[in-house]
Design a protein around this ligand. Structure first.
Ligand SMILES: Nc1ncnc2c1ncn2[C@@H]1O[C@H](COP(=O)(O)OP(=O)(O)OP(=O)(O)O)[C@@H](O)[C@H]1O
Ligand SMILES: [Mg+2]
Length: 367
């Protein structure tokens, strides 16, 4: 639709935001390339909305700067920033029609009626709501309202689109299809998008990169794959994927202990730090008695096994007393080959998947 060059890179530099003594943001820096889709992921209260609102100009930072391209926009009001925003609660005008809602930012920019109509129609087509222009928004479903909000955010071809948990009110199926639609829309528009969510799966599904926040700081910013396979600390490891965090200790440069088991690690284990093994459920695989190179082995008793449709979720109490979770694709196990609750199982974990992380000193261990 639009040339990618229209969209600008955004840069956040040493941003802090204090409310009295409390810091909602602490020295946050972030570089977003033109056309990039970056998610801000973190638990409630970690500062995601505060960061997005500062980028949008709705809140002033206590210190630090926001740049769009080379321009310092830190003190610029939102209406002068040329950004599209989609917030959680839609913020549509309930007494207006779909088309009137979408036309709102164009009217505010004094766009002519003819051009306005053409742009509204194009935006409606982009969000697959052609023909809905005359409907009152109050009569639309949640997903349709969400798409109207999206159309309103893109209709004036903003340089940057900010979205704060835009799908959180939708049910699972609609949320998942909207995630894919947003991704498609992003590649069509080539827009720079900053997307706030506390749903790690959503962040991994949609983003080029994900910034993980904790207590007002960005702990790690990386591609979804890198976050998943190389978390920087136990907080990120516990927040991304479905992992069991188990305290462990270094017993060699590439070896850690888990109860009576010694596990090889793919990387050098840091010395002198409090460490955790981050065991992703789907990397723990029941196996036979034979060893293969490149794998670690554990054994224990199955304590739990639940059929969840596409997968089987279970728990094993390892020798030594630690419990870990596993998840298997259910289609690859028939009733006979299934590990049964109460049975002793041998488990395999690839060395590559044996992720050891240090404690994040600011985060609780039990996440
Ligand atoms: N106006 C304000 N005055 C005082 N404290 C505030 C204000 N706005 C936000 N905070 C605090 O700043 C912290 C970060 O809030 P923020 O809304 O950015 O979190 P969030 O990550 O978006 O959380 P959620 O996932 O619940 O939306 C919270 O502890 C919040 O209570
Ligand atoms: Mg928020």
């Amino acid at each position: 639709m639009r040339a990618i060059s229209r969209f600008v890179p955004a840069r956040v530099q040493n941003l802090s935001k204090a409310y009295h003594q409390f810091y909602a943001l602490r020295d946050v820096s972030l570089d977003i390339a033109a056309g990039e889709f970056v998610s801000i992921l973190g638990p409630s209260g970690s500062g995601k909305t505060t960061l997005l609102q500062i980028v949008g100009g709705f809140i002033r930072p206590t210190s630090g700067h926001v740049f769009f391209g080379d321009a310092d926009v830190t003190l610029l009001p939102p209406q002068k920033r040329d950004i599209g925003v989609v917030f959680q609660n839609y913020a549509l005008f309930p007494h207006l029609t779909v088309a009137e809602n979408i036309a709102f930012p164009l009217r505010a920019r004094k766009v002519s009626a003819a051009e306005c109509a053409a742009k509204v129609n194009r935006a409606l087509a982009t969000v697959e709501l052609s023909g809905y222009g005359d409907r009152p928004v109050s009569k639309l479903s949640g997903g349709q309202k969400q798409r109207v909000a999206l159309a309103r955010a893109i209709v004036f071809e903003p340089r940057l689109i900010l979205m704060d948990e835009p799908l959180s009110a939708l049910d699972k199926n609609l949320r998942e299809s909207m995630q894919l639609e947003l991704r498609k829309l992003h590649s069509q528009l080539g827009a720079t998008i900053i997307y706030v969510t506390h749903d790690q799966r959503e962040a991994l599904t949609m983003s080029d990169r994900v910034a993980v926040m904790h207590a007002g700081r960005i702990v790690q910013i990386d591609t979804p794959r890198a976050l998943y396979s190389s978390p920087v600390d136990h907080f990120v490891a516990g927040f991304v994927g479905e992992s069991t965090l188990v305290p462990t200790r270094r017993v060699g440069s590439r070896q850690v202990a888990l109860g009576p088991f010694t596990l090889q690690t793919p990387r050098e284990v840091p010395a002198g730090e409090e460490l955790f093994l981050a065991l992703q459920a789907e990397t723990i695989l029941p196996c036979g008695a034979e060893d293969e190179p490149g794998s670690n082995y554990l054994s224990g008793v199955v304590t739990d096994l639940v059929f969840q449709g596409e997968s089987l979720k279970g728990a094993v109490r390892l020798e030594g007393g630690t419990s870990i979770n596993f998840r298997l694709p259910s289609h690859s196990y028939n009733a006979r080959s299934l590990p049964q609750a109460g049975a002793t199982v041998r488990l395999k974990l690839h060395v590559q998947d044996t992720v050891v992380v240090p404690r994040n000193p600011e985060a609780k261990a039990d996440i």
